[in-house]
Design a protein around this ligand. Structure first.
Ligand code: PEP
Ligand code: MG
Length: 586
């Protein structure tokens, strides 16, 4: 049986399914005979130790992958597992009420939750999610249920889920999660972006894959064409094995390009930089030969944790990325929380329409304490490398000025305190809201650089929720409105004499590279894995032919026509690339 969705991260995997769900264990109060209290307490203690070892193993895996800065995310959960009130409270409850450990634990957890609910402070109130999380883990271990945690797996799997948050994706055990497929999701969701950066082949928007697959089912997942095949027959299996072999060969060939500078055959130099989510991603940036970091999405340090990262922790993370990438530049974007990136600690982000809500710079301008801590960390880290600061979701000049004023205040504070910091850090604005694109000339006069965020620019221009699979068919990067905006933003940056980059997913799709080059783009920022793919295209074209293609595109009035012309051009110029990446695979 075959299911088609949206291929968001390329690669072919053949393996066994693991259906992931966050189902809660149901507990009931069970009376125990008097002589069993000690045995029951022992059972509880064993479940506790098992929970602690599990979390410590996750922490070890996590720190080797992403650096120490993220590892202690799990510390507060480990501490909670050793908490006197929880541990002694449950022991006493078993003995006093003569009930089984599950029920006793549930009673103690209820008491914890009641205390949290009565707290006025929103921040502390939110820590109740930690209690629920920790409680679930102990209950799973008590009941002998295998908890479907994606961060600690015993064998290679293809994860099947109704939906995955960016936080779930971030925690995935990369040694064992070979691919994933979800019912929900759109092309430029942050879950997709994480999958590409973790190099995990993935398909989203499959509708009902969770009801068609059971854990253990054999599967083929093709992240390029967006196909999932359940119980493949021998012929299909062999065909995909061959396809996988060709894909791997193609990837190896691409690796040969890592040290080659990106330049067209008629000598136009192009910067291909990388997008990262954590300092740990820097290794991949270097391996794939990217020209520095064009977008560091700092909000990921706020996910999967029970507290807010402070200035010092952020300073260390930025410093380490800057030092590793030096002398190349690192463009660090200030917090873009909201939308699909929700922190457990910030309850006010739960809005009915989060992508139109208090997101990114809007959130930072309201919660200036959080913003200032980040800006202080950035200004201090600026001493250690080649830093540029980028403000997200700017909708006009007012917001930009407000952000710049706060930055100035922060610099004054640091100066007064006698701290070491860098004063002349270039400041840039993301152009990802249509209003900003329309007044990009005015914005360009007040910044040192621009960066076009096509994921949001497309979402807001075409009015399609980037996470919603029902409108994914309307996601048209080549819509004439989008093409015009890109062209306009590039031209005003040129007039203002400032650099302009593109850091949305469009920049990392080799299909669009010649057209963007022809529109005047010279700096592309993308997930590291795409750098050699885009480079291969840049190395084979001339600026002249790219300009011809762009001029032709600008005369066309529908996305369909532009897509046809672009794909026809790419197929004729790069037949090999389009053989394995074809969406027409049956
Ligand atoms: C974008 O919107 O294109 C972008 C790069 O930002 P993000 O995907 O993080 O919203
Ligand atoms: Mg964006």
């Amino acid at each position: 049986m075959k299911s088609h969705g949206i291929g968001i991260s390329p690669g072919i995997v053949i393996g066994k399914a693991l259906v992931f769900s966050r189902e809660k264990i149901k507990t009931e109060i069970r009376r125990i005979p008097e002589d069993q209290a000690d045995a029951e307490i022992l059972r509880f203690e064993q479940a506790l130790s098992k929970s602690i070892s599990q979390l410590e193993a996750v922490k070890r895996q996590f720190s080797s992958r992403t650096g120490e800065s993220h590892a202690y995310i799990l510390d507060s959960h480990i501490l909670m597992l050793k908490d006197k009130m929880l541990v002694d409270g449950t022991r006493e409850m078993i003995r006093k009420e003569m009930i089984a450990a599950e029920g006793a634990l549930e009673k103690v957890l209820d008491e914890f939750l009641r205390v949290f609910a009565a707290i006025e402070d929103d921040y502390l109130k939110e820590r109740r999610s930690d209690v629920v999380h920790v409680g679930d883990r102990i209950l799973h271990n008590l009941s002998g249920h295998v908890q479907t945690s994606l961060s600690l797996l015993q064998e290679d799997v293809i994860v099947i889920a109704h939906d995955l948050t960016p936080a779930d994706t971030m925690q995935m055990d990369r040694n064992h999660v070979k691919g994933f497929a979800t019912d929900l999701g759109g092309r430029t969701s942050h879950t997709g972006i994480m999958a590409r950066s973790l190099e995990i082949p993935a398909v989203v928007g499959l509708g009902n894959i969770t009801s068609c697959v059971q854990s253990g089912d054999p599967l083929i997942l093709d992240g390029g064409s967006g196909t999932v095949i359940i119980h493949p027959d021998n012929e299909t299996f062999n065909r995909y094995l061959e396809k996988q072999r060709r894909y791997v060969y193609f990837e190896k060939e691409l690796q040969k390009l890592t040290q080659v500078p990106a330049e067209t055959t008629d000598g136009c130099k192009v910067r291909l930089s990388a997008n990262i989510e954590t300092p740990g991603d820097v290794c991949s940036v270097l391996e794939h030969g990217a020209d520095g970091v064009g977008l560091y999405r700092t909000e990921f340090i706020f996910l999967n944790r029970s507290d807010l990262p402070g200035e010092e922790e952020q300073f260390q993370a930025y410093k380490s990325a800057l030092e590793m990438i030096y002398p190349e530049a690192v463009t660090i974007r200030t917090l873009d929380l909201g939308g699909d990136k929700l922190s457990m600690q910030i309850p006010y982000l739960r809005e009915p329409n989060p992508s139109m809500g208090l997101r990114a710079i809007r959130f930072c301008l309201v919660h200036q304490d959080i913003f200032k801590a980040q800006l202080r960390a950035l200004a201090r880290a600026g001493v250690y490398g080649n830093l540029r600061i980028l403000f997200p979701l700017i909708s006009g000049v007012m917001e930009l000025r407000a952000a710049k004023n706060i930055f100035r205040e922060v610099l004054d504070d640091l100066h007064r305190e006698g701290q070491e910091f860098r004063e002349d850090i270039p400041l840039g604005a993301m152009i990802e809201v249509p209003s900003a694109a329309i007044v990009a000339d005015m914005i360009a006069r007040e910044v040192d650089f621009l960066s076009i965020g096509t994921n949001d620019l497309i979402q807001y221009t075409l009015a399609i929720d980037r996470m919603n699979e029902h409108v994914a068919y309307l996601y048209e990067p080549l819509h004439p409105a989008v093409m015009r905006m890109i062209k306009y933003v590039i031209s005003v940056a040129k007039e203002a004499g400032i650099p302009v980059a593109m850091c949305g997913e469009v920049a990392g799709d080799p299909t669009y590279a010649p057209a963007l080059l022809g529109l005047g783009l010279r700096e592309f920022s993308m997930n590291s894995v795409s750098v050699p793919r885009v480079k291969r295209i840049i190395l084979s074209v001339t600026l002249e032919e790219s300009r011809r293609l762009a001029n032709r595109i600008l005369t066309l009035s529908t996305a369909r026509e532009i897509e046809e012309i672009t794909k026809e051009y790419m197929r004729s110029r790069f037949p090999d690339e389009y053989e394995w990446d074809s969406n027409s695979e049956s």
